[in-house]
Design a protein around this ligand. Structure first.
Ligand SMILES: *Cc1c(COP(=O)(O)O)cnc(C)c1O
Length: 359
């Protein structure tokens, strides 16, 4: 086969790094293992949510409701936003892909903090646009002054992740509003609030409020984390109708299954119970952070369901040590490891590894 015979793909695909999913833990001695590498919710589904999903599964010969109308109505009621300001997708990452596909291409720039969510560089690169990564501050927060300085006339999109995955801090309301005031109104600002339900900081921004008088702001939320539906792939955007229309144009027809839609509706109905579980995870988070700090670890504040271990060059070795104890964490080699807050036994095992690492 000569090179002329090879199927051609767009040049922007050439060095796309594959998304690395969190590793499952592996042990052979029969002791329990825990996956703290993918920010999953450790609680099993609520019976009512499972029943709704099973009922929907009985109709798998039918296409799902393409407009997800019942779910949009439930979300509209829950957040007090019009149905016309909502779009669903197969996870909020899919919604982000649609947004970027709709907004940018070759020659355009997308500005975001770094380190942040691993999916961002991949999603940007697939459009042919260029990532402009702005380093986080010393305390692992967005540096909005530097992000402002990174804006050019090629900037089409700015991504703001709050709480920031994988470091944990939230964006404060005042700093975001000041930033939005300097971003040109024709630049899309994506507020990724995947961990919103885990925030316990009163000064945080609420995207569902901020977007109201800002036609260039879009909020991304998901059922994957607090609501425990990661396996069903369902998330949504809140934004003004022109943005919603652009997302819908790019979305895969019938992408969100009826099982996912039904489970999401049932989850909104069972929200009180689900948010109690989030409370329990937040209590665990507080305990884990306190114990890490007591053991001498300098971990940043976190308002998500994970904690950031700034391990630098020791990151991979730490991840291996945790793996050997039956806990998988998410290493970012040379930088640090992100560790999900899981069930208590899992957190205890991780704390053991972290304590002995410092001795
Ligand atoms: C988990 C996560 C998402 C949501 O992912 P889904 O595609 O909805 O499962 C979005 N943004 C960030 C920063 C995340 O960590």
């Amino acid at each position: 086969m000569t090179p002329e015979d090879e199927v051609r793909f767009r040049a922007c695909l050439d060095d796309v790094a594959a998304y690395k999913p969190g590793r499952p833990p592996e042990r052979t001695d029969g002791r329990p293992t825990y996956k703290l590498s993918s920010n999953e919710n450790p609680y099993p589904p609520l019976p009512g949510v499972l029943a709704a999903a099973m009922e929907a599964a009985a109709n798998m010969n039918r296409y799902p409701d393409m407009g997800a109308l019942e779910l949009l109505e439930a979300l509209s009621e829950r957040f007090g936003v019009p149905v016309t300001d909502l779009a669903v997708g197969t996870g909020s990452v899919a919604v982000l892909y649609h947004l970027l596909q709709a907004a940018c291409g070759e020659g355009d720039e997308v500005v975001y903090a770094w380190r942040s969510f691993e999916a961002y560089p991949i999603a940007v690169q697939l459009t042919g646009a260029t990532s402009v990564q702005v380093p986080l501050t010393e305390d692992a927060r967005h540096d909005f002054k530097a992000m402002e300085a990174a804006l050019t006339d090629r900037t089409r999109v700015v991504l703001v992740c709050t709480p920031n995955n994988p470091t944990g801090p939230v964006v404060r309301r005042d700093e975001l509003l000041a930033f939005l005031d300097v971003v040109p109104r024709n630049v899309l600002v994506v507020l990724d609030e995947a961990y919103r339900e885990f925030i316990r900081e009163p000064e945080t921004v609420d995207g569902a409020e901020v977007y109201r008088d800002r036609p260039n702001v879009v909020v991304l939320r998901t059922f994957s984390k607090a609501y425990g539906l990661a396996g069903f792939r369902i998330g949504y955007a809140i934004a003004h109708p022109p943005i919603v229309a652009a997302i819908r144009k790019c979305a895969l027809p019938f992408g969100v299954s009826q099982i996912a839609q039904s489970a999401a509706i049932a989850s909104l109905e069972a929200e009180d119970e689900l948010l109690e579980r989030v409370d329990a995870l937040v209590t665990e988070r507080t305990r884990v952070v306190a114990e890490l700090r007591a053991a001498g670890w300098d971990v940043p504040e976190t308002h998500a369901n994970f904690v950031w271990m700034p391990l630098g060059g020791e990151t991979l070795a730490f991840a291996e040590a945790a793996q050997a104890e039956g806990v998988s964490v998410r290493p970012f080699p040379g930088d640090g490891a992100r560790v999900t807050i899981g069930e208590r036994e899992a957190n205890d095992l991780f704390l053991d590894v972290a304590r002995s690492w410092r001795q």
